[in-house]
Design a binder for this molecule. Structure first.
Ligand SMILES: [Mn+2]
Length: 276
């Protein structure tokens, strides 16, 4: 795709929530994320943790240009008036030592409360805080585990082959997680733990990441939103100007996974051409 197309914002939303980007880790799909960031225009961005994979970087230093460009693009938006709230996760835990730090339009917060356009309040946190409560997570116990890294390696090869034959991106690891019974139970426990925390704090819902499973669902009257990740599912959570949430998948094509299919602001984006 040519630069002019790539740089034209084709999606205008109130708020963007992204997490689990894992910059500095080989599995990060930085090119898809860059395309998304370049095409989206928003008032605020919440970075919901595991943005830079400090764990992975300390084991193997890996920092390609695209990963640098992600940081530059986000900082560029902040410089031009987008409010950026950074809620660190477990893979970028060192940033948690700087709770409350504000640099220009970038704020670091251990957790945040987001108020939607229609006045609802949402707790924003990464979610690893509940790992101790949520037990039995074979595939997910440590996102840095060998099994998980192996699944992501297979993911890269399978998708390289799929691309050769003209098939779109498909996540092996996400597919496995839907199939493994214990993983399914872990996800359910995680979601319930976060919904319980939201209720305890008397807010309408929670927005989190960590388990790499995008979702918008109602749990006993609490709205649970997980913005997914950029190593497998390539998903972002967005809020429109009426306060409605949608989940987007952004790979060679852009699609609405959950939410309004008829976002008028979305016309250009769904017509996105496959990357050359
Ligand atoms: Mn995490």
């Amino acid at each position: 795709m040519d630069m002019k197309t790539a740089l034209r914002p084709s999606l205008r939303v109130r708020t963007v929530f992204i997490s689990d980007i894992h910059l500095g880790f080989k599995g990060c799909r930085a090119e898809f994320l860059l395309d998304f960031l370049r095409r989206v225009e928003c008032q605020q961005i919440y970075l919901v943790g595991d943005i830079i994979d400090v764990w992975s970087l300390t084991r193997t230093f890996y920092w390609p240009q695209a990963h640098n460009d992600v940081i530059r693009t986000i900082l560029g938006k902040a410089k031009h008036g987008t409010r950026v709230v950074y809620v660190p996760g477990n893979h970028d835990r060192p940033f948690r030592d700087h709770d409350g730090l504000v640099m220009g339009n970038v704020e670091i917060r251990l957790m945040a409360v987001h108020e939607t356009a229609d006045g609802r309040r949402f707790l924003v946190m990464h979610g690893d805080e509940f790992d101790g409560i949520v037990r039995a997570s074979p595939l997910l116990e440590s996102l840095g585990s060998r099994a998980y890294s192996a699944a992501l390696t297979i993911n890269r090869y399978v998708n390289a082959i799929r691309k050769t034959f003209g098939f779109p991106y498909w996540s092996v690891a996400a597919f496995l997680k839907h199939k493994v019974k214990n993983a399914v139970r872990y996800v359910a426990n995680f979601e319930r733990a976060l919904a319980t925390e939201a209720r305890r704090r008397e807010v309408n819902g929670v927005i989190c990441g960590h388990i790499h499973r995008a979702e918008i669902t109602d749990i006993d009257g609490i709205t649970y939103c997980n913005d997914g990740d950029w190593v497998e599912s390539c998903t972002a959570l967005v809020e429109d100007f009426q306060g409605r949430f949608s989940l987007l998948r952004w790979t060679e094509t852009a699609e609405v996974l959950v939410g309004s299919q008829a976002l008028p602001l979305f016309e250009d984006a769904v017509a996105l051409e496959p990357a050359a």
